[in-house]
Design a protein around this ligand. Structure first.
Ligand SMILES: [Zn+2]
Ligand SMILES: [Zn+2]
Ligand SMILES: [Zn+2]
Length: 370
């Protein structure tokens, strides 16, 4: 019942209802936000502040607030000030440009001993998103001399910090855990893909020892392309992985050389899994036509369900941020790229996340889904 096949009125793909598909709807929404004028954005900010001031909540305009941050990277100072005065902490990203006095007051709240655990969690996340010297020094201090609330939270402040794109190693050295530029992967032609410095899912001809599926270069990145200079990779990185096992075997990583050679290092024996992809799946994956976009986008552009695959910026973590440490040097790794599976493999859910340690020339591969 109701399972009759229809076609999206915008892109033509098969759907089961009249109208346009989810990804077309997301695209239209994105385009609407990208087209807003400065004045319209200022008005939207006022609208958001008004709701918080009048109701003490960010409910009705919450989506508006998130999308403005996601697509336009608006300055959130005014919203943060208003939100903090009413105890509104979601979305945490609204604190990215919080004024100094708000940050000071948040830190002061965490200096109390009887803070409720939910508030601790919210405050640590908001502070992480904001980042900066003061937050870093305070986190370090709290890690060395834990506050009473630290027993109630599962992870150290240094892991919260990843949400803001930074962290520190055991010696207390500050590190960036992201790249300050973001490029989307966009649909092109096979011809355009040949010239793209980033490719998804190319064939390797090698077989996975666990499941027999053909290994793929989950992503190939030619750091010499001028668009990718922000990565600081003077060569080609080919991240080799098993597209079939990646969903099961967290912890696999890949050692790469900048000449394009790479080696998959499986984590233990893993499960011996069935090869669900087969030749057909590998063919579908490798024949996608995604290419690196021509121009950079806002850093949080790809942070939702229809965000697509992207290089740099922030990831869309379907579950919690998987803070990852380099298997060689033990220091926090840098988030490099994500692949939204259903854009390249029909029926495969979730995202793959690549994180890199450039010092040790290692990329880890993780998968998350609902
Ligand atoms: Zn569509
Ligand atoms: Zn495999
Ligand atoms: Zn390392």
């Amino acid at each position: 019942m109701g399972q009759e096949k229809k076609h999206c009125q915008q892109c033509g793909r098969e759907i089961y209802f009249d109208g346009i598909c989810v990804s077309c709807r997301a695209e239209n929404e994105r385009n609407r936000f990208l087209a807003l004028s400065e004045e319209e954005m200022n008005q939207a900010v006022q609208q958001i502040c008004r709701e918080i001031a009048e109701t003490g909540k960010l409910d009705h305009e919450r989506e508006l607030c998130s999308k403005l941050i996601q697509y336009r990277d608006i300055n959130t100072a005014e919203i943060a000030k208003q939100a903090f005065s009413k105890g509104v902490y979601h979305p945490w990203e609204l604190y990215k440009d919080a004024p100094d006095d708000v940050i000071d007051q948040m830190i002061a709240l965490l200096m109390e001993d009887d803070v409720e655990v939910r508030l601790v969690n919210n405050l640590l996340l908001c502070l992480s998103i904001h980042g900066g010297q003061k937050v870093f020094q305070t986190f370090l201090e709290w890690e060395r001399n834990p506050r009473k609330w630290s027993e109630k939270i599962c992870v150290a402040p240094s892991e919260y910090a990843f949400y803001g794109g930074w962290s520190y190693d055991r010696q207390g050295n500050w590190m960036k855990t992201m790249f300050d530029t973001c490029y989307p992967m966009v649909k092109g032609t096979l011809e355009q893909k040949k010239k793209s410095p980033v490719k998804i899912g190319s064939r390797t001809g090698e077989k996975c020892k666990r499941c027999g599926c053909e290994l793929a270069y989950l992503m190939e990145i030619d750091g010499r392309d001028q668009r990718l200079s922000f990565l600081g990779l003077d060569g080609v990185v080919k991240v080799k992985g098993c597209p079939n096992c990646v969903a099961w075997d967290g912890g696999d990583f890949c050692r790469y050389q900048l000449d394009g050679s790479s080696e998959l290092v499986p984590e233990g024996d893993g499960f011996t899994t069935e090869d669900y992809l087969g030749e057909e799946g590998i063919e579908e994956l490798s024949s996608n036509t995604y290419c690196l976009g021509e121009t950079p986008v806002s850093l949080r552009y790809a942070t939702d369900w229809e965000g697509g695959s992207s290089v740099g910026g922030f990831a869309f973590w379907i579950q919690d941020y998987a803070a990852t440490y380099c298997p060689d040097c033990g220091r926090p790794m840098q988030y490099l790229a994500q692949i939204q599976w259903d854009t390249v493999l029909d029926g495969m859910e979730g995202n793959a996340y690549l994180q890199i340690c450039k010092d040790c020339q290692i990329v880890t591969m993780l998968h998350q889904q609902t």
